[in-house]
Design a protein around this ligand. Structure first.
Ligand code: FMN
Length: 216
């Protein structure tokens, strides 16, 4: 039986896109041939991991690391957890772990996540983990809004296909080319919704819409 841990690297306590992506992957698992896998949930919300947490992680065969793209890279709190794991297991028997990764981004194009996936792959090579495969998810901001839409349907059609491929590779702990996807939703409409969201957020934070365009 495969022991999998789903690691949420978003700093948001709830309603993150990373959480929605991991939930979608769990659904694909529970509907597929690997439904006897033992899945646990974990988070890298804080930049610090305890020894106990690192030992717990080492008890799993597969780590699925999901995080938001920050400035084309890995958020610093996630990077800090990764560095701690690398250092801690340097002096110890290396756990035989295969790492898969879901990076989601605000841009419409999932290809934006390519560099971050390469960073995780390089970390695997340096730390001794086996790299599996990554998925770069564009229009990530939409995921929480469509969390009740079945995976593989409507705006989540591409996501379903990518996660099925990933889940298949996870089952055999094999690798594959990184997959880049976006929502099955028009780009202009996604952009329009995102811009409306920023206007609402700027007002909710006591600022004016024109403050969005300030250049200092
Ligand atoms: C500090 C910061 C930097 C970001 N940098 C990028 C970026 O370089 N490219 C991009 O497409 N989105 C970027 N984003 C947007 C996030 O990747 C996006 O909102 C994501 O869906 C958040 O995922 P989460 O809900 O799992 O935290 C950034 C967001 C923040 C807060």
């Amino acid at each position: 039986m495969l022991k999998i841990t789903m690691i949420n690297g978003s700093p948001k306590a709830k309603d993150s896109s990373s959480e929605a992506a991991l939930q979608a992957l769990e659904t694909v698992f529970s509907d597929g041939p690997l439904n006897d896998s033992q899945i646990t949930e974990f988070d890298f919300r804080k930049p610090q991991l305890s020894v106990q947490q690192m030992e717990q992680l080492a008890e799993h065969d597969v780590w699925v690391l999901a995080f938001p793209l920050y400035v084309d890279g890995i958020p610093s709190h996630v990077l800090s957890c990764m560095a701690q794991l690398e250092n801690y297991f340097k002096e110890k028997p290396q756990p035989q772990v295969t790492v898969y990764c879901l990076v989601n981004c605000g841009f419409y194009e999932g290809e934006q996540c390519g560099l971050a996936l390469e960073m995780v792959e390089n970390w695997c090579a340096k730390s001794g983990w086996q790299w599996g495969q990554g998925v770069g998810i564009g229009a990530g901001g939409m995921l929480p809004a469509v969390k009740n839409v079945p995976v593989g349907r409507g705006p989540k059609k591409n996501l379903g296909k990518a996660l099925e491929t990933l889940a298949g590779n996870m089952g055999s702990r094999t690798g594959g080319e990184n997959i880049f996807i976006t929502a099955n939703f028009p780009r202009f409409a996604y952009r329009f919704a995102a811009e409306m969201g920023w206007r609402q957020q700027v007002k909710a934070n006591g600022l004016k819409v024109r403050d969005l365009f300030l250049r200092r």
